[in-house]
Design a protein around this ligand. Structure first.
Ligand SMILES: Cc1ncc(COP(=O)(O)O)c(C=O)c1O
Length: 372
């Protein structure tokens, strides 16, 4: 090798500060080598699969794959506006709500700025903050729930965004509308409050509000939503934001021009029309979440009260029956749950509410293991 080749070889592109501090997001497992029928309870995917209408709309698109999608997602925004009583021009669609988290951080925070979220908040918040060179800041929780006073106490003059997953993943807890309003009231007007309501459709509590009301009456609140959960279209990657005019304008300037694909548009629009399907999915979740909590508790786990389509189950700290041992045993039997060490909860597993058959298999397998 010549001297010039050696020196060229040793010069490498260097990522911006912060990027190499990111621990890449690791999704839930989806298969187990050697196991044919895998029960996937690791990614909070809707238990019943998508609406048949969404599947039909997806299939009907197969002759149009050479066409670019509608870059402004106008049909989907119109459908969302009609369905939720919103202004279509204040809706921004995205390739999953993950994309909105990244776009919001990129638009409003950079090196020297802080992005605040709660102790066991969704992992994409610190990932997005670091990706933009900003500093993620964690506020402690109380009883595995966002603590408004702790969040407000952690705000500094450098805070640019505050993320609240409501309900929160992975704890399943939620903040009532009055607490969200109190958080908003305590924030300086230049701080963007992001209400991540990925699981909103599952919540039946009357004191809950996903964020629409607050977005309407403020200039610094954004609500983000997804088609990945109750609509069960995770593979399609469709999310949306409802935002004040200026924030919608900012998001539209920095998003990719065709950020939602045509199949995603078709399936999402068809899903919105299928109100029966959403109602059936919510009822299914209520029934089987209660059933699962009852049986996990009877088997000795402590379950954090959840309003989402998943539960956080805490296992005893005994080497032969702790969360790791339980997870490995379930996995060896083809049942996938999510380990929680990356969320600072090594003693817990997050378990998605699947079909009735899935949940019975989970409880049977767990009782075999714990009853040894
Ligand atoms: C709280 C929360 N926000 C956002 C997302 C991202 O969802 P998606 O990018 O599939 O819309 C998830 C997914 O698990 C989530 O739990």
């Amino acid at each position: 090798m010549t001297e010039i080749e050696t020196s060229i070889d040793s010069i490498q592109p260097v990522a911006r500060p912060g990027v190499l501090d990111i621990a890449p997001y690791v999704g839930g497992d989806s298969n187990v080598p050697g196991v044919n029928r895998v029960i996937r309870l690791a990614s909070n995917e809707g238990a019943l699969g998508p609406s048949p209408k969404a599947i039909e709309a997806y299939k009907a698109l197969s002759g149009e794959l050479h066409r670019y999608p509608d870059g402004g997602s106008s049909a989907l925004r119109t459908a969302l506006a009609r369905r939720f009583g919103l202004e279509a021009e204040r809706i921004v669609c995205s390739g999953g709500s993950d994309e909105l988290i990244t776009l919001l951080v990129r638009a409003y925070a950079g090196p020297g700025d802080e992005v605040l979220y709660s102790q066991h908040g969704f992992l994409m918040y610190p990932i997005a903050a670091k990706g933009a060179g900003a500093t993620p800041v964690v506020a402690p929780e109380t009883n595995l729930s966002t603590d408004v006073d702790a969040m407000l106490a952690a705000v500094t003059e450098r805070t640019k965004l505050v993320f609240v997953a409501n309900p929160n993943n992975p704890t399943g807890t939620y903040l009532p509308a009055a607490e969200v309003a109190r958080l908003h009231a305590g924030l300086p007007a230049h701080v963007v409050l992001v209400l991540d309501a990925a699981y909103a459709e599952y919540v039946t509590h009357h004191d809950y509000e996903p964020g629409i009301e607050l977005v309407r009456r403020s200039t610094n609140t954004v609500m983000i939503r997804t088609f990945s959960k109750i609509y069960a279209l995770g593979g399609m990657r469709v999310g949306w934001a409802y935002a004040p005019d200026q924030i919608a304008d900012v998001l539209n300037r920095i998003r990719n021009p065709f950020n939602v694909n045509a199949a995603g548009h078709a399936a999402a629009i068809a899903s919105l029309d299928d109100l029966d399907f959403v109602e059936r999915s919510r009822a299914h979740n209520d029934t089987w979440r209660a059933w699962t909590v009852e049986h996990l508790t009877a088997l000795g786990a402590t379950v954090t009260p959840s309003v989402g389509n998943f539960v956080l189950a805490h296992f005893p700290d005994a080497p032969d029956r702790n969360a790791d041992a339980v997870s490995e045993y379930l996995k060896s039997r083809g049942i996938l749950t999510r380990k929680m060490a990356s969320y600072g909860l090594p003693g817990a597993l997050r378990i998605t509410i699947g079909t009735g058959e899935d949940m019975k298999a989970l409880v049977d397998t767990l009782s075999q293991f714990l009853g040894r």
